[in-house]
Every structure is written in C-alpha cells, then in structure tokens.
Ligand binder design. Structure first.
Ligand SMILES: *Cc1c(COP(=O)(O)O)cnc(C)c1O
Length: 402
C-alpha cells in the first residue's frame, strides 16, 4: 500500500538523496568504510562503565529510575558544570544548563526556538550534515560562508552581513564547529574567533558553538578556547559526550544565557520531559571518578596514530593534484580532487571496488555538486585505512583519467 497520502508535508524534507541507499551498502563487511562518523570502539571505557552502572543502580537507584527535571538531574548538572570549567574553561551556573539527548537534540531544539520560516541562518561551507537536516525542517534561508585552514572566512561573512543589512535583513544566528570541524577538519584561529565575536556584536546575531571536538585535539599549541568564554552573552554552547565517552549514552548539553535556557527548557519539556535519568547518573559517577579525563590521552593517541596512517597513505597513493586537510584533531579528513568529478557519482564506482566515503555534496546547504569527500579515520582499523586508501586512490586515478 502507498502511505504517502497519510504523511505530513514535512516528511518531504526527510527524503534523503540516493546517497543514503548507497551508504547502506557500506555496512557490508567486505567494504572498507570511511563514510561513518563513529568512534573507535577501543575508545570506550567498557569495564569501568560496566562497574559504574552497577554502582549507580545501587547508590542512586531510586533517583536514577525516577522521572527527573527537564534541565537535567541536579547532581549530574553540578558535576557537568565543574567538568566544563576544568577541561574547557567554560564558566556556567546550573541554571544556564539544559541536558539533552545527544547534542543532536540540542540542535533540534535550538532550531525550533530560534528559526521562523524564512529567517536567515549562517552556516559554514561545508558543515555538519545532521545540523543541516534539523535546520532544513524549519525552512530558513541559508547564508553559506566557506571555511579554510583557519576556519570560517570572517571577511566573506562580513560582506554578506553588510549586504543583508543594506537590504533591511538580519541574521538570527550562526552555527559553527570551531574546533576540528566536521567535515572539513579545520580549526578556527584565535584572530578569526575574535573577529567573529565582534561581528556578532556589530550585526546582532547569536553564535551557536558546537564544541563536540573541543577535547579531541592531538597537536600542541592550538588555541581551542571556546567562543563561549569570549562572549558568554552571545553564545549558545553545545556539547556532547558522544566522542569522549560513548555516543550510545546519548548525552549532550546546552549552555546558554539563563533567559534562553528557560525557553529551551520549555521546548524540551514538550518533546520528551527529560533526558533519561539513569544515563545521567552513570555519567555523573564517571565524571566524579575522572573517567573521561583519564581516558582522553588514550583516545587522542589512538586517533592521532590513525590520522597519521591515513595522511601517509594519502601522500603515498593519491595523484598530485588531489588536496586534503591535515586536521589537528577530530575524526575526519576532507579531500578535494581539484577536477571536474562529481564525488556522488564516483561513490558508486568506489563501493563496487570495496571502499566508501561520504560525498562532499551532503555537507552543503544547497547540495551543490562538488569534487570533495569526507573520510573518517577513527572507525576503520589501521590495515583497513592502508588498504582502503590504496583502493580509493585507484578509483580516483581512473576518474581523473577519463
Ligand atoms: C559527532 C558530532 C556530534 C555529536 O552528536 P550527538 O548527537 O551528541 O551524538 C555533534 N556535532 C558534530 C559536528 C559531530 O560531528
């Protein structure tokens, strides 16, 4: 039976291009997939979390199994606030916090409370696919600003802001992933960060800062100061334990000025009442015991090693004209063929040969054709990275020849 007549018009926006179908294939065991965005399972503190979960049931069982506050379980929020201060220098009071089901829910709620039909929203080009998806549901007007090695191009941003202002229009917010950006792997420089904050003041918009990779920087001497630290009143800070503890726990958070946090709380209440209490108590105990901080060096060493293996393999196998980023952290390398090749077309060939990536197109608000692709180095094993890049380079060579 055809069910389309029962569906809301919004579901049209949930349609995904052919790409999703193709990417399903990449779950086959005979394919080396650089397409996912998954942590290395070795990064999970499995034994510790098993023990902590039992402990949390015994110690906090009654609270952990009960309904809880929409903003988050009070003792967890207290622990979280201290953690963010210790590791990111983010100062927040508990009434500025809303605990969410992953940062994905935070992005969804922010889209709902900020964006009306036709509002102007600035996004990086390229940017996080899942953020684009929740934003698209609100039908905003996207203003795209490219990124380079130092992050978002603030001069281009300024030009666009000025132009909009001259037409009597204004931007509501800008969504940015300042550290180890997904998908481009670039990090916002100190100088540009300062300029971005000035522009937010001058043109009166909010900055939604996705800090998911703030703790996953492998190189020394990189400025990772959160924007929230520079401009607490202008910034809505979004964080997550998905890349530092476990994505399966679905624990994210928003730190926003209290008047905004109050609105976010109301929005969340109507969606799901609160984030699962049990997970919050488990995470609370993990934070108390310093599990995340203790684990981080191990994760960073592992990811740095894998990044280097991928960079070496690319260097060794890719043709001259191909260019890629050298990320200081995070989970992705962004690759550009510098040729008239649409990477979403090329994906079919790559999958036939046993290797997969995400075509660059998916990371652009306008889904433009592009010769770029995103490669994940955290999930595949070292051997898979070496083999997979070799195969991918062959596919690329053939495409450049034809
Ligand atoms: C992985 C990732 C997240 C995490 O999302 P969760 O919903 O918290 O699992 C958020 N933002 C970006 C840019 C990511 O790459």
């Amino acid at each position: 039976m055809d069910y389309s007549r029962f569906l809301s018009s919004e579901t049209d926006l949930m349609r995904d291009p052919e790409i999703r179908e193709l990417l399903k294939l990449t779950e086959r065991s005979d394919i080396v997939s650089f397409a996912g965005g998954l942590p290395d399972p070795q990064a999970f503190p499995l034994d510790e979390l098993a023990e902590i979960t039992v402990f949390a049931f015994r110690e906090f069982g009654v609270s952990a199994l009960q309904y809880g506050p929409t903003r988050g379980a009070t003792p967890y929020v207290k622990e979280l606030v201290e953690f963010l201060w210790r590791v990111r220098g983010v100062k927040a009071s508990p009434d500025e916090v809303v605990v969410t089901v992953g940062s994905q829910q935070a992005l969804d709620i922010l889209s709902r409370v900020f964006v009306d039909l036709g509002d102007y929203v600035v996004v990086e080009e390229p940017t996080y696919l899942a953020a684009l998806n929740v934003l698209r549901a609100r039908k905003p007007r996207f203003v795209g600003v490219p990124v380079d090695d130092e992050g978002i191009l603030v001069d281009v941003l300024e030009d666009k802001l000025r132009e909009l202002r001259s037409e009597g229009k204004r931007v509501k917010f800008l969504y940015t992933i300042p550290v180890a950006q997904n998908p481009a792997g670039v990090t916002l420089s100190k100088r540009r960060k300062k300029r971005l904050v000035e522009l937010a003041e001058e043109y009166d918009f909010l900055i939604v800062e996705d800090d998911v990779y703030g703790l996953l920087v492998f190189e020394d001497g990189i400025d990772t100061t959160p924007i929230r630290v520079l401009a607490p009143e202008r910034t809505v800070y979004v964080g997550s334990f998905s890349k530092t503890l476990s994505p399966g726990m679905r624990l994210g958070h928003v730190i926003a000025p209290k008047p905004l946090a109050d609105v976010l709380e109301r929005a969340k209440q109507s969606i799901d009442l609160h984030t699962p209490t049990l997970t919050q108590y488990v995470a609370m105990e993990a934070l108390r015991r310093g599990v995340v901080e203790r684990n981080l060096p191990r994760i960073k060493t592992l990811y740095k090693m894998k990044r280097d293996i991928m960079l070496d393999a690319l260097q060794e196998n890719m043709p001259e004209r191909v260019w890629w980023t050298k990320p200081v952290g995070g989970m992705f390398i962004w690759l550009k063929l510098n040729a008239q090749v649409d990477t979403s077309q090329l994906l079919l060939k790559a999958v036939e040969r046993g290797v997969a990536y995400v075509p660059g197109k998916t990371f652009y608000h306008d889904m433009r054709e592009t010769d770029t692709m995103r490669l994940n180095y955290t999930k595949p094993t070292a051997d898979q990275i070496r083999e997979g890049i070799k195969t991918l380079a062959e596919v690329v060579r053939e495409a450049l020849r034809s």
